[in-house]
Structures are given as C-alpha cells and as structure tokens.
Design a protein around this ligand. Sequence first.
Ligand code: NAD
Length: 463
Amino acid sequence: MSVNENMVSDIVKEVMARIGMSEASTTPMRGIFNDMNEAIAAAKKAQQVVKKMTMDQREKIISNIRRKAIENAEVMARMAVEETGMGNVGHKILKNRLVAEKTPGTEDITTTAWSGDRGLTLVEMGPFGVIGAITPCTNPTETVLCNSIGMLAGGNTVVFNPHPAAVKCSNFAVNLINEASLEAGGPVNVACSMAKPTMESSAILMKHKDIPLIAATGGPGVVTAVLSSGKRGIGAGAGNPPALVDETADIQKAARDIVNGCTFDNNLPCIAEKEVVAVNSICDRLMKYMIEEQGCYLASAEVQKKLVDCVLTPKGLNRKCVGRDAKTLLHMVGVEVPSNIRCIIFEGEKEHPLISEELMMPILGIVRVKDFEEGVETAVWLEHGNRHSAHIHSKNIDNITAYAKAIDTAILVKNAPSYAAIGFGGEGFCTFTIASRTGEGLTSASTFTKRRRCTMSDSLCIR
Ligand code: NAD
C-alpha cells in the first residue's frame, strides 16, 4: 500500500478515541443513541424531511456518502479488522470502495406506466418509512453503507442494531452517513444506531409500531427471529456455496479463480467458495494447480483432525478462527508455514465437518465425484437448501444450465471468482445484503420500497 502505515494507525487511534469519548457522551457521534426508542423516534423525524425531498436532493446526499466512504475506506477497513479480529485490511478497503461506487442510488427507483383509451395508470415506488436493519460482523461497515444508500434512495431512513462485536466500526459508518447528509443539506439521523446494541434493543426494533420493515443480514438465528416478528422481513441468511468443476473447465484458471474467491477477506463473504466439488478426471490436476501455483497447503489427515478440534467446538464455530488467514489457522494447530500460504485444502467426503459446515475461513475441502451428475447432487446437498450462492467452472452450456436449475440459488457464478457476483470483476451492481431466504435476491434501493398504483380514469392519455 502506498499510504504511510504509521499515519493510518494514528488516524485509527484518534477515531477510536473519539468513539470512546462518544460512549462517555461528551462529543456524541451523529445518529448514535443509548435507547432504541429514541433512535427510532429520531429516524422517524428525519424521515419526515426525507420523504418531502426531491429525488435530486436524495441523490446529492448519496453522492456525498459515496465520496466520504471512499475517503474513509482505509480507516474503516483497519477499524473493522482491529475490532473484530477478522478479515484482511486490503480486501476490506476494496469492499468499502466497491459499496461506495456500485451500490445503486435513486436511479433504481423507477415508475411503470400504462397509458391507453381508459386513461393513465402508474405504479410508483414509495418509501416504507423507517426501516430496521440488523447487520453482521463479517462485512460490518460495508453492510451499513450499502443498506443506508439503498434505503435512503428509496426515501426511507434506517435504524441499525449492529453486531455487538463490530459496533465501533459500524457506528463510525453511521456517523459518516449523517455527516454526509448534513453537508449536503439533508437532516441528521437519516441513519441511527445503538451505542450498545443488545438482544433487547433488537427485540424493541423488531416489535416497534414505527418500523414497518426489517432487513436482517446474518446467520439463521437472526433471519428466523425477524421472520417471526410479525413484520415484513427481508431475510439475508447464511450460505455454504459449493464450487463445482467439470472436465470441460479451464482447470488452471478454475484453480486460480476458486482460491482467489475463497481467500478474499479471509473467506468472510457469505458468497465466497466454501468447498469444491470436482469430477474425478480433473480432480488431481485441479489440486496440483492449487498447491503449485495458488499457495495452497495440503492438510494431512492428522492436521485435518486438529483443525476440526480447533475450529468446531461443541457449541458451534470457534469465533477465534472465523476470518483468520491460513497461516494463523495452521499456527493454531501447531503447523508453521510461510506467509505465501493463503488457503488450506484437503480431499474429503461431503459429510466431513470442515466441508459441510459454513466455516468463513480459508479452509477448502474438495469432494471428488465420479461424474457431473454426481457432482450436481453433491453440490445441492452441500448447499443445504439455503438457496444462497453457488459457483461452477465449465464450458459445457448444458451442464451449466442443469446445475443452475438444480441448485436454484440467488447467485450462480460461472467461470469466475465468487466476488464477480457483487460487481467486483463482473457486471452488475453491488450489495452486501443478499436476500436468499425471502427471495428478493440481491437487494437494492427498489427492494426497500412499496409499490403504489395511481390511476386516472379516461384522462391524461395524450396519444
Ligand atoms: P450472526 O447471525 O452472528 O449476527 C448477525 C446479526 O444478527 C448481528 O447483528 C447479531 O447481533 C444478530 N443476531 C444474531 N442472532 C440473533 C437473534 N436470535 N435475534 C436477533 N438478532 C440476532 O452473523 P455474523 O457472524 O455476524 O455473520 C455471518 C453470518 O451471516 C453467516 O452465516 C453469513 O453467511 C451470513 N451473512 C449473510 C449475508 C447475506 O447477504 N445473505 C451477508 C453477510 C453475512
């Protein structure tokens, strides 16, 4: 990186100190509250202003959010890694920039019209009001920025209950959004959050009469909680994306793409390759390229056993392992490797716990199958019906089509790393809230609006 490391570290310390002071309520961060009811009331007041704004005014605020997010991309990346202990600073900078540049704004809000002998009918996208948003620790600042841009473009304001393990960096992003709004002539509190988010504050958010819609980004627990709240919920839940490789693929490129996608931000993105399914005829070659060209470490049965014991506790995933790099994970089980090792691979059955569980760390199990048909069956099993993301490396259009139909996921990436699906090296917009469970798919501003029909009978048709 060209930026002076000491300088950045000083900035981060300064920002952290500032946030510490805000907790002592000397210089409050904008939009951060100690009481969830107060946060909702403040966001409601701000929404009264936002809903009267022109689209152009909304867009001015959004442009300013984008600018400030780019300026602060590195600070936010460092804060997130420091606070959560997870992920990779360089990759998080890229993710913050991607959100700033490719999250859709007001251009996503469109009108449908029917004009004819009996008049004119429009369907317009209107705001819900104040949206509740629950965000993860894996992409904390990215999700806050992405949700805020989309929700504000739709004419809403938002109240976050961020992950407690990522509250400082999430709230830094909330403050940045409010500063951007004020600078652009908008109100404060377009985004609000809790100084200390808890399950209780989350419950208040889910039940509050002024919250008509909740967007939950996280694991199965939070999505189920939101869908049980009695409100409309957008559920962006867990995945376990398999990458299927058949005999027609460019095997060398598949090895590169899969390892690049798998190791991006230490495998934290929910869309990242979590395991590989490879047909027998190319499996050895794929693994050879991964080891010889892509910095993969081949784990022995003994190391796999140690990794299982370290990574998976009786209570579930060991949070100390999530989002750690391959060298650190291997060090934790007593194996020292050089820094160019970026992924741990091994061959195993689909039921192997390091394969069937969503790990969110660069451990990539490879399941060997006899042919493509068995590969599809295995990948569908591994995706566990999440309907989230899947990947394929193949040049056979019939195979790609058959896989797409069978796996039925919100995202299917063909012949590229997983991150191509969110606009990084692929076409299309960016999002960090992929509504796998409730079916909206990749969310954007239009997802956060309600359709309203406006009919004029027998007039205003000028054809
Ligand atoms: P997590 O489920 O631990 O936490 C997510 C958020 O939900 C946090 O704010 C947490 O405090 C809250 N939460 C958790 N359980 C809750 C409950 N029962 N009631 C109310 N709130 C609850 O997830 P995480 O570790 O932060 O993120 C990783 C998980 O999220 C992975 O499973 C990943 O696949 C998923 N994820 C999905 C998407 C998507 O767009 N579909 C995006 C990012 C992460």
